[in-house]
Structures are given as structure tokens and as C-alpha cells.
Write a new protein. Structure first.
Lengths: 331, 584
């Protein structure tokens, strides 16, 4: 197992390095001058050049990339004189729009996105798998039909419609969930405020994902229930409960874990719409704003972070696979 | 001078509004919430769609709303506008200084004496050295940018061969350059009086002292561009949180009412909530979900009727002219043919664009020049463009436009070919409204046979259009006076030494006579005579069609039922935020 993890970790590190180089290269060759974006109305050539030097854009691309990489491990100092400043390691650059080190910005945004993703994941897994099981158990009866209606509705409604509707009706008009404008509070600091802050975003995301998981779970369960080994188990007199939960559901869980892992990774990369509607200053909103403002350092960092999360989640999913399905052997 | 009506400049480039039309205005209701006795306490909340204020660093704030907000609560300046309703709000009053500035030497020397007992939020007393240091930071344009830059050209500091100040700010200047600065901005021995030596007579220099660009900063607390995140307070509130979600300010225990004749801080806390969806903000206002909140950015066009036609919002709304003249600047170097520039003006369908933006009720009125009616002393309809001019038709005067194009055909055939075959390129900022305004514009210009193309800039708009190498044929823009003198409009927009000359008009044969007159106006200390020259120059610029004027804008404000004391602060073009209080 350790050998497997080591090998995959090395592969993951190499992939991340390649991704970072590619992303850095793409941004470096975009047809605009990042130095000129740093100054305002009175943007003279002198100011642009001064900023180019201050932010290191005057160096060759390979040197800029090296500075970026070394900054991750050793930190980086920008500018000179009494206005110089340092972004300590791990430094992913400096945002001239926000006057902040990118790592600090990510450090602020990440807990919000993780909280959003984990809460939504739990909710959609519970609802999606639960409804899928019910639909499969009561195939072609009213619970199945009802779940189909839910699936149809939930997949038809875009997240921004669900989110805005929840916010406007549940919070503003009906006042069932108080508007939470004061910002993020961690679960440890204040569980009540934490729940209040995230409940509507969780529901918004969960509705969209739960529909997919309901459909997937139902289909996979029905398919597995028709497998030969299930028929054999039943013929041997194994109880229906054991057949369903031990032999069928367990087999279905493996692909579900894969799906959940990738969806979770995708959310960490940015639940942009949900974060925007509910004003959650997470990674998605940070990325979106940075793209709009051409804040390349932030876009670069969040892109690489998203790639890292996908790679790490793949690694975790592979390991869980082996736990869930004994037929899979880690070599 | 103190009675002058002052505004602040701010460049507005909203592609939609810039392509929309022109204004005229001045009306606009000036509603104040039913006045009761002001109450202390509570949390005054502002709901904002944008993710942050552009700047908090006093030297970098240059937009009217942000100046009105920060100077009401957080930042004190040497001189301030009197926060009262009506024309009296444009009067200058002493703030950190004991007077509104004492000019001498034909207004080339200005002295301000500091009021005793003023402190920074850390308790350190505010001294002349702090103002001297704070005023030096704007010279470091690579670090402290986006603020007003008058100091760079006005202070009596030697220039290099390129005409730039040899002083490049406090961070990396040579000792000689630093000495030159300290000669131009000096402190008295008792560290209480600051003197500014200017290189020319500036009769209204004290209006610049209403900006944070001349305000105290402690050298030891200056963190360069990071100072923007948490500047030291000198006013009644200090920043305790500046996050992605909110800017939160609480009472500054080192501020005392005895030392501040201007501010009357009522709420215990002032908060701006950032990044909220605009529709959500409007719904909060419609439902009065947060009765102590104000919509900081104004309602969505689609919701304006809900607020302004329903009488239940009568005491919770305000619809005023804003200080901006919106226009499209012609790059005269790229479009030297006057007839084609004029043909574009006359073929444009100003009415369709104004209606799209909300009509005269919400969007403003057709512009008659670049001097806004809010710069009352210097404003007069030019009678060259807009209402009052003989050929102006809101839907476009196609007959005149076609005639001008016919003239252009023989007078400037190369430019005619470009306009009719290759197409004229407009710089505009990316916006969803372009989907609607582009077809309106293309159809309108097409009536005179003019083809237009679009250079849609999604980021770095100013740095692009202000770069002569990158600017196309026309650039959407807007401008508001920094204070009530067109000296902050006409020279800035059209003189070769102006800070925001997008017209590149210095090679125009008509330019020389114009600049001579600008210089004359700058030297003229008789305010009436000066105003007459500005009016004449506004008309002159319109005759030359160096810009295509579109609208004088309007802005709407909406607030919750528990907020009182709201009134339009004329010189700032925004509510006097510092005068609001919470009822319960």
C-alpha cells in the first residue's frame, strides 16, 4: 500500500509540476502586458516600467517561472526601498489588485469553499443515495415516480435560479433563515452561525447534485440486482436485506465514490455561481473576480490549486476503491 | 471661493452609459428623510455589489462616492466641504486646519495651520510632518496610483528633461530630490503650519486640500501599497475589518468632537457588505429586510420603477443629477476630418440610447458639452450640441449627417473611405448592455453610411485607451469636475498637458488658439471672467467635435426605513453619509 501511495504521490507531483508550467506558460503568452494592468489613469511608460521591475515581469519567462516555483518554498520579496514587501513561503505571487499575497487570499477563501463543498457533499449523498435506494426498491411505484419528478425538476433548474429563489423567498421574503451578511464563522467558533451561513448554499448545491446521484444510484442498483451473483445469493437463501445492503449496495458504492470524489474536487475548484449568489468569498468567487480583473497571479494559483485537488482526490478515490471492492488489488 | 459649488472628478467609463446619451439635468429631487432629532447608536449598513471599494488609502481615493464615504467617517483632510443640504454644502470649512488655507504670493504660496488636539487612531498627535509625508506619497506613482495627481504638476519642484518631477516619492528618492520636495512643502518650526510652494498661481488650491492626497500619514505606519488595506484613521471611525465580505468601522477612541467641527458621528458602527447580488440588494430594500441598510450602488434599472412610483418609498429614495458628463472621445489623430466627427454626432440616435438607459427620469439628459450643469458657475448650454443647438434632434439629424458626409467625401477622401468602408473602431468596456446598445449604434451610424467596429476591452480599460499606441478611433469615457471650477475639466480633457486627454487633439489646426485661451483662463483670477472663458472653451471644443457628448447623468439612492438624515451632498454628488443616523 505504501509503495502504491509513494508511486502515485510522485506521479501526482510530476503532474502538478507540468500543469503549473503549462498554466504559467499560457498566462505568460497572453497578448497583454501584465505590468500595464497595474497602474491607473495616469499610466506613463515610466510607471509601467517601474511596476514591471517591481513585480518581476522584466525577467525572461523561464526566470519568472523559477521565481514563482522558488517562491512556493522560500517566499518572495517584491520591490525595493521602504515600499518593499515580502510574501512568505508558500508564496503563490502577489495580487496588485488586492494589494495582498495570493497565499493569504487563498488561505481566507479555502475554508469557505471546503465548508461549502463538504456540507453539500454530505447533503447530496444522503438525499441522492437515499432517494436512489427508495426508487430502486419501489421500482415503477409512486416513490419511484416521485423521485423521477424530483430528478427532472432539479436537473432542469439551473443553480442560479434555485439559489436566488431560496435567498429571495426563504431569507428575504419569508425570513425563515436569517440573512447572513456578517461573513464566515467557523464551525468550531459558532456552530449555529456556521449552519445559518451555509444552509441555503448547501441546499442549492445539493439539489443539483442529489438529482444526478438519485438517478445514478437507482440505475446502478437495478443493474446490480440483475447480476448472476445476486441471483446465486438469493438461491442460496441469503436474506433480502443482506442481499440488498451487503452485496448490491456495496458494489454500487465504488463507482459512486469515484463520482463523488471528482464532483467534490470540482467544487473545491470553484462553486462559482453558488458562491456568487450567496456572497461567499470562497475560491470560486475569487477566481471569477480575478479572471474579470486579469489578476493573473490569483488565476494562476487557483488553477494550479484546482489541479492539485483533482489529482489528490483521484489518489484518494483509488485508495478507497481498494477498500470498498476487494476484487481491486493495489499493486 | 468658499461659496463655490464643488464637485469631485471621477472618470466613469461605463460602456453602456457612455454609448447612451447625454444629459442636462440639474433637477433631481433632494429628499431628506423626515428630520427628527438625530440619535446615537446602531449599525449603519451599506449593501454593495462590488467586491470592495477601489481604494481606502487617502492618497488613492478618487471616486466621488468613496471620497464622500471615507471622508465622512474615517479620513480627515485639511479642508472639507460643509456637510449640509443645498448650496451651502459646497462651502469649504476648516477640518484638520484652523482655516481654509491662506494664499499669498499671487496664490503661489498656500499655508494651512493645523488644529491642536487632533490624533491618529493610535493616539499619536497629528503634526505638520505627517501631512508633509502624506502629501509626498502621491509622487511614488508606481506604488501610490489612481489618486489625483495635481501635486505632481503644481508643486514647485524641478522637472527632469522629460518634464517629470525629479521627486519620485518618499520610497526611493535621492536626498537631493527629497530636499527639493521639502522645500516645496515645508513645515514651520513649531510643526503646526504647512506651506505649499506652487510653480504657478492656483487660486483654488485649497479645494485640492479636500482630498486625502493632502492628508496626514505617519511615516512609520506607511506600508506602501499595502497601506490601502488598513490606513490609519484620523476621523471618528477606524477600520477593524477589511475582508472579502465587509468593511467594518467602529468608533475611534482617539477622535474627539472638540477637535472636529465637521463630523457628527451617530451610529456606533458603519459597515459595507460587499459582493451582494444586485437583485438581492434590491429585494432587501423592497422588503425592508434590513431597515438600517442603504443600497450603496443604487437600484437596478429594472427595479427603479418599483421604488420611484410607489409612495411607500417616498421617504426612502432620492433621484439626483450626478456630476458626470459622459462622452465618446474622438482620437483626433486617427480621425482628423471634422465633418466625419460631426456626422457621427448627428447620425447617432441619442433618444433610443437614453430610453434604453432609463430615460430622462433615471438616466439623465442630453449633454450640451463636457461641463456639467453641476459646475454651476461655469456651465451654460453651448448651443453647439444638445438641446438649444439648431441642428440637434434626439433621434439623430440624418439629413445633416449625410450632408456632412458628402462634404467629407471630397474634403477628406481617405477618412471618408475609412468611415464608410473600413469602419471606425470604438473602444468600449465589456458590459452585458453592449448586446443591446451595439445594434442601436450600428443602425444609427449606418443611416449616414458610417460603419463602426468595436474594440471591447474586458480589463485594464484606462491603461489601454490612455496609451496612444493602443487607443483606437474613439473611446467611451466620462468626467466629473474635481471641484466647482472647469479648470478641472477643460484643461484636463483637452489641453496637451491635461491628465485625461483622450482626444489627442494637439495636432489639430484648431488647437493652438484653444490652448492659448486655456492658459489665459488658468491665469485669470476674476472668477466671473474665468467662467466666461470656460464656457467659451466648452463651446469651442464642441465645435471642433473633439468629443462626442452624450449625457449628463443621474443617480438614484434607496435606503431602509430606520435610516434618517439622508440628504444629497451637492459637492460630493452623493449622500452625506456621515450625517445619517439610525432611528431604532
Amino acid at each position: 500500500m505504501l509503495k502504491f501511495i509513494g508511486r502515485r504521490a510522485a506521479f501526482a507531483a510530476m503532474t502538478i509540476l507540468i500543469v503549473s508550467a503549462v498554466v504559467f506558460g499560457i498566462f505568460s503568452f497572453l497578448p497583454f502586458d501584465p505590468a500595464s494592468l497595474t497602474c491607473g489613469q495616469r499610466c506613463t511608460d515610466q510607471i509601467v516600467e517601474a511596476n514591471r521591475v517591481r513585480l518581476g515581469f522584466d525577467k525572461p519567462i523561464y526566470e519568472q517561472y523559477w521565481l514563482f516555483l522558488s517562491g512556493i518554498f522560500a517566499g518572495r520579496t517584491y520591490g525595493a526601498g521602504s515600499a518593499a514587501f515580502t510574501c512568505p513561503a508558500p508564496s503563490f505571487g502577489y495580487s496588485f489588485n488586492e494589494n495582498a499575497c495570493v497565499t493569504d487570499m487563498i488561505r481566507e477563501a479555502l475554508p469557505i469553499t471546503i465548508s461549502l463543498a463538504i456540507g453539500a457533499l454530505i447533503l447530496w449523498l444522503m438525499v441522492g443515495i437515499g432517494l436512489g435506494i427508495i426508487a430502486a426498491k419501489f421500482k415503477n411505484r409512486w416513490p419511484d415516480t416521485s423521485s423521477s419528478v424530483f430528478v427532472l425538476l432539479a436537473t432542469s433548474l439551473p443553480t442560479f435560479v434555485t439559489g436566488l429563489a431560496l435567498l429571495i423567498w426563504v431569507s428575504i421574503k419569508w425570513k425563515l433563515v436569517p440573512l447572513s451578511l456578517t461573513g464566515y464563522t467557523s464551525l468550531i467558533d459558532n456552530p449555529y452561525k456556521f449552519m445559518q451561513y451555509f444552509i441555503l448554499p448547501w441546499i442549492t448545491l445539493a439539489i443539483a447534485y442529489a438529482a444526478i446521484y438519485t438517478r445514478f444510484t437507482r440505475a446502478a442498483l437495478l443493474e446490480t440486482l440483475g447480476e448472476d451473483y445476486i441471483r446465486t445469493a438469493r438461491a442460496k437463501g441469503v436474506g433480502e436485506r443482506v442481499v440488498f445492503f451487503k452485496h448490491t449496495l456495496r458494489a454500487v458504492l465504488a463507482p459512486l465514490v469515484t463520482l463523488a470524489g471528482l464532483d467534490f474536487a470540482g467544487l473545491i475548484g470553484g462553486a462559482i455561481i453558488t458562491e456568487t449568489i450567496f456572497n461567499l468569498p470562497g475560491l470560486g468567487r475569487l477566481t471569477l473576480r480575478s479572471v474579470y480583473e486579469f489578476d493573473l497571479a490569483v488565476v494562476l494559483a487557483t488553477t494550479i490549486l484546482a489541479a492539485v485537488v483533482v489529482i489528490v482526490m483521484n489518489l484518494i478515490v483509488d485508495m478507497l476503491y481498494a477498500v470498498l471492492d476487494p476484487r481491486v488489488r493495489i499493486v | 471661493m468658499s461659496s463655490r459649488f464643488a464637485l469631485r472628478r471621477t472618470v466613469v467609463v461605463a460602456s453602456a452609459s457612455a454609448l447612451l446619451l447625454g444629459t442636462v439635468l440639474v433637477s433631481g429631487s433632494n429628499v431628506a428623510t423626515a428630520a427628527t432629532t438625530p440619535k446615537t447608536g446602531g449599525i449603519l449598513t451599506f449593501l454593495e455589489h462590488e467586491p470592495r471599494l477601489d481604494h481606502l488609502d487617502p492618497a488613492r481615493i478618487y471616486t466621488g462616492r468613496d471620497l464622500a464615504f471615507m471622508n465622512s467617517f474615517h479620513t480627515r483632510t485639511l479642508v472639507a466641504y460643509n456637510p449640509v443640504p443645498g448650496a451651502a454644502g459646497a462651502n469649504l470649512v476648516p477640518d484638520l486646519a484652523t482655516n481654509t488655507g491662506v494664499p499669498s504670493n499671487s496664490a503661489k504660496t498656500w499655508k494651512f495651520t493645523l488644529r491642536p488636539g487632533t490624533k491618529f487612531e493610535d493616539g499619536a498627535p497629528i503634526t505638520c510632518k505627517d501631512v508633509q509625508y502624506g502629501s509626498s506619497r502621491v509622487f511614488a506613482q508606481d506604488v501610490i496610483n489612481n489618486g489625483p495627481t495635481y501635486m505632481l504638476s503644481w508643486l514647485d519642484i524641478p522637472k527632469d528633461k522629460d518634464g517629470n518631477s525629479i521627486y519620485v516619492g518618499p520610497y526611493k528618492s535621492t536626498p537631493e530630490a527629497q530636499a527639493a520636495y521639502e522645500k516645496a512643502v515645508s513645515c514651520s518650526k513649531d510643526n503646526r503650519t504647512i506651506t505649499f510652494q506652487l510653480n504657478k498661481s492656483i487660486a483654488d488650491f485649497n479645494y485640492l486640500a479636500t482630498y486625502g492626497v493632502i492628508s496626514p500619514v505617519q511615516k512609520k505606519k506607511d506600508t506602501g501599497d499595502k497601506y490601502d488595506l488598513n490606513p490609519q484613521a484620523t476621523g471618528p471611525y477606524k477600520i477593524v475589518e477589511n475582508s472579502k465580505t465587509q468593511l467594518r468601522m467602529v468608533r475611534n477612541s482617539n477622535w474627539s468632537k472638540a477637535s472636529d467641527p465637521v463630523r457628527t458621528p451617530y451610529p456606533d458602527e458603519v459597515i459595507i457588505q460587499f459582493g451582494l447580488d444586485e437583485e438581492v440588494i434590491d429585494q432587501i430594500m423592497l422588503e425592508d429586510t434590513i431597515p438600517t441598510a442603504m443600497n450603496f450602488g443604487g437600484p437596478l434599472p429594472t427595479n427603479k420603477d418599483k421604488f420611484f412610483t410607489d409612495s411607500k418609498f417616498q421617504k426612502r429614495r432620492m433621484n439626483n443629477s450626478d456630476p458626470y458628463a459622459i462622452y465618446i472621445a474622438f482620437n483626433v489623430k486617427a480621425m482628423p476630418c471634422l465633418e466625419i466627427r460631426q456626422a457621427m454626432y448627428y447620425s447617432r440616435n441619442a433618444k433610443a440610447l437614453l430610453d434604453y438607459a432609463g430615460g430622462p427620469t433615471y438616466a439623465g439628459s442630453y449633454a450640451t458639452g463636457v461641463i456639467s450643469p453641476l459646475v454651476a458657475a461655469d456651465y451654460a448650454p453651448t448651443k453647439v450640441v444638445g438641446p438649444g443647438s439648431p441642428d440637434f434632434m434626439p433621434e439623430g439629424n440624418v439629413t445633416k449627417a449625410k450632408a456632412l458626409m458628402e462634404t467629407a467625401k471630397t474634403k477628406c477622401p481617405a477618412d471618408y473611405k475609412k468611415a464608410t468602408e473600413d469602419g471606425i473602431t470604438l473602444d468600449v468596456r465589456q458590459s452585458v448592455t453592449l448586446n443591446d446598445t451595439i445594434p442601436i449604434n450600428e443602425a444609427a451610424y449606418g443611416r449616414a453610411g458610417i460603419k463602426v467596429k468595436w474594440n471591447i476591452i474586458s480589463s485594464g480599460y484606462y491603461s489601454t485607451v490612455m496609451n496612444p499606441e493602443k487607443q483606437k478611433d474613439m473611446s467611451a469615457s466620462g468626467w466629473g469636475a474635481d471641484w466647482a471650477n472647469a479648470s478641472t475639466v477643460i484643461p484636463e480633457l483637452f489641453a496637451s498637458f491635461g491628465g485625461f486627454n483622450l482626444s489627442q487633439n494637439s495636432a489639430d489646426p484648431a488647437y493652438k488658439a484653444f490652448e492659448d485661451k486655456v492658459n489665459l483662463a488658468m491665469k485669470t483670477t476674476d472668477r466671473k471672467k474665468q467662467a466666461a472663458i470656460w464656457k467659451e472653451l466648452d463651446a469651442y471644443a464642441m465645435k471642433q467635435m473633439w468629443v462626442l457628448p452624450t449625457t449628463f447623468g443621474k443617480a438614484q439612492e434607496i435606503w431602509g426605513s430606520q435610516i434618517s438624515g439622508v440628504f444629497f451632498w451637492v459637492p460630493q454628488g452623493n449622500p452625506a453619509y456621515g450625517k445619517m443616523w439610525i432611528n431604532n
